[in-house]
Write a protein that binds this ligand. Structure first.
Ligand SMILES: CSC[C@H]1O[C@H](OP(=O)(O)O)[C@H](O)[C@@H]1O
Ligand SMILES: Nc1ncnc2[nH]cnc12
Length: 291
């Protein structure tokens, strides 16, 4: 059986995790440039772990400047099999209140200023993201959240916006009423798409910090309110992460949903027409199928 390695991408407010044995910050180079920061590696309950702060320690990356491809490549390169994103977000639902967590299962991608694929001219690949998150990993996150006493909602649609400004009230109402979204954030895409291209199981726990700007009783998004909620949410996020190794175990059966085989038939460019430079860059992400 393959070995589980858990990767955690910590969002706003979550810049490190504690309790790792043999903890060390490792600098990883990738063909897509440097990741957001060094990666904290170690073991928890005997399971190898890797933690990457999405915005870097000190929060240096904006949602548009996060090096999404380098981050996913670096985790894959380290041997990560399962990626958990922990992300701050606004809520479009009365019942999804600040302090609650949502285990996401769908996205609407409205970002426009980011590199969204590892593939391109010289190596064209198409993966399905109809179901962008891994149900097996999402179930483990939900179990961990419940065990930690967190109020958690199963399933939710995330509107990924470019930012960095928050939405206008008209946009907020559009996303809530016409698009049917449940939460909003700035980083869930293209991260989820890239994890699928890299054949990684991916789950996202959205930590609600605010009601965005549609809510008649809550007015505009206020960053100082968000920061106040981020601290307690981050503590809950760390508690959730601590519980994952026991739930996932050290041995890993193939993903029943096929996340770890997403590239099996995805690459259309004939071997003789592939760009050797791009194929070389894809060594970690697609080496399994490119050889
Ligand atoms: C702190 S408010 C806006 C900021 O927070 C979220 O980041 P992340 O998803 O990395 O937790 C949101 O997407 C924005 O980038
Ligand atoms: N209301 C909101 N919109 C976009 N990103 C967010 N992150 C936290 N709250 C948010």
């Amino acid at each position: 059986m393959a070995q589980t390695m858990i990767g955690v991408i910590g969002g706003s407010g979550l810049y490190e995790i504690d309790g790792l044995q043999d903890a060390a910050w490792q600098t990883i180079e990738t063909p897509w440039g440097p990741p957001s920061d060094a990666i904290l590696t170690g073991t928890l309950g005997g399971v190898p772990m890797a933690f990457l702060p999405r915005h870097g320690r000190g929060h240096v990356h904006s949602p548009s400047s996060v090096p999404y491809r380098a981050n996913i490549d670096a985790l894959k390169r380290l041997g990560v099999t399962d990626v958990i994103s922990v992300s701050a977000c606004g809520s479009f639902r009365e019942a999804m209140a600040p302090g609650d967590f949502v285990i996401l299962d769908q996205y609407i991608d409205r970002t426009f200023a980011r590199e969204k694929s590892f593939f391109g001219p010289g190596c064209v690949g198409h993966v399905s993201v109809a179901h962008p998150t891994c149900p097996r990993l999402s179930d483990a996150c939900e179990r961990a959240a419940r065990d930690a006493g967190i109020t958690v909602h199963t399933g939710g649609t995330y509107l990924a916006m470019e930012g960095p400004q928050f939405s206008t009230m008209a946009e907020s109402k559009l996303y809530r009423e016409s698009f049917g979204c449940d939460v909003i954030g700035m980083t869930g895409m293209p991260e989820a798409k890239l994890a699928r291209e890299a054949e990684l199981c991916y789950a996202s726990t959205a930590m609600i910090t605010d009601y965005d700007s549609w809510h008649p009783d809550h007015g505009s998004v206020d960053i100082s309110d968000i920061i106040a909620t981020l601290g307690t949410n981050a503590d809950k996020g760390r508690d959730l992460v601590r519980r994952l190794p026991a739930l996932l175990g050290t041995g890993r059966a193939p993903c029943p949903h096929g996340c770890d085989r997403a590239l099996e038939y995805a690459i259309l460019t004939a071997p003789g027409h592939r760009d050797p430079a791009l194929v070389a860059r894809l060594d970690a992400v697609a080496g399994r199928v490119l050889g």
